[in-house]
Design a protein around this ligand. Structure first.
Ligand code: MRU
Length: 344
């Protein structure tokens, strides 16, 4: 790895024969990596959110396909192709909203269709390329984003769009890291209920890099904006439609509406692998619903309980509420006016 890829926090680590995944369910109390040597294990790791965050999900799935090829390749016949295709189909079922998963699996499928001879090295090269290009994209968008933030004194982020959610450095947290190096004073993180990506992951990740952060309850966001402490909300994305509508962690839409009310700007930082050009707008983005028990206090879980929960884990922010979409290919300001086709 080059200097740019030296990381304090690393969600995924390819060992040469297996994928090590930092179990984000245990953070920040415990740092534990689980090691997977087949696609089934990687599928479970994505579905159970040991690894999460749109780009990291795509990268993990790509390595999952490498593991499948290693497991099934057989010089004597073509049966291995069927097995790998089945594993790709299974990995595609792990989570529905982040398009990076399908983007990475499509590249693996295209390689599978064309490959001759021993495929292991070529699949690994492709997974490594997806991983390294994601890190490089993060560094580019970090500088673009920091240019736009300029000398703002305060920003707020939501969920975790950091090294933990990507190949490294982060999308929104990449921007915030770079802005901090240039003098940004105040960083606020919303706790991000119910899974607490902000409280457990973003706060921890920034602290690992020696960057001070102030945690706020999600319900304190409006009051924080009213106080005048922040000029920007900076978040990542799970899927951006061709008109700029953006699916991201549940609560992003609330922040966008509040930001408009308070004259605060909203930046989406995401690699172009997060753009789904097949969708005209955000209306048809599939929103993952997770189990009620992620939200419900245990006492309501027994059968016959009258208390249930509705647990959508993403929402869609319309492009007209977004001030800037920052990618590795450049920036679109006011996407609802200009469209985002310049990024294609
Ligand atoms: O449910 P999660 O934790 O996978 O959701 C993650 C997010 O919503 C992130 O904000 C998004 O994936 C961008 S990560 C660079």
């Amino acid at each position: 790895m080059n200097e740019q890829t030296q990381l304090t926090v690393q969600a995924l680590h390819w060992t040469g024969h297996s994928l090590k995944v930092l179990d984000q369910r245990c953070l920040p109390q415990t740092i534990v990596y689980h090691e997977y040597s087949d696609a089934e294990g990687v599928f479970d790791a994505i579905r159970s959110m040991e690894v999460r965050g749109a780009p990291a999900i795509g990268i993990a799935a790509a390595y999952g396909v490498v593991l499948s090829v290693r497991q099934h390749f057989d010089e004597t016949g073509d049966e291995w192709r069927v097995k790998v295709a089945e594993d790709i189909a299974k990995l595609a079922q792990s989570r529905p909203t982040a398009v990076n998963l399908f983007w990475a699996l499509k590249q693996m499928t295209d390689l599978l269709a064309g490959i001759q001879g021993n495929p292991v090295d070529e699949f690994l090269s492709l997974a490594n390329k997806i991983h390294e290009e994601d890190i490089s994209a993060n560094h580019k968008m970090a500088e673009f984003g920091a240019d736009i933030i300029g000398n703002a004194k305060g920003v707020m982020t939501h969920c975790n769009a950091g090294a933990l959610a990507t190949g490294g450095y982060g999308t929104a947290l990449g921007v915030i890291r770079s802005a901090y190096k240039r003098g940004l004073k105040s960083i606020y993180a919303g706790e991000t209920r119910p899974w607490l990506q902000g409280a457990r992951l973003t706060a921890w990740e920034l602290a690992q890099d020696g960057i001070p952060v102030t945690l706020v309850a999600d319900s304190a966001a409006a009051w924080l904006m009213k106080s005048g402490a922040i000029e920007w909300i900076v978040v990542g994305a799970d899927r951006i439609a061709a008109n700029g509508d953006t699916a991201n962690k549940i609560g992003t839409y609330s922040l966008a509406v509040l930001a408009k009310q308070h004259g605060i700007k909203l930046m989406i930082a995401a690699p172009t692998s997060t753009i789904d050009w097949s969708l005209e707008n955000g209306n048809t983005i599939e929103i993952e619903q997770r189990e009620a028990r992620e939200l419900l206090p245990e006492c309501y879980e027994q059968s016959g309980s009258l208390v249930t929960a509705w647990n959508p884990v993403f929402d869609v922010t319309p492009a007209e509420l977004i001030t800037a979409i920052v990618t590795e290919k450049g920036v679109v300001l006011n996407p609802s006016e200009k469209g985002i086709r310049s990024l294609q």
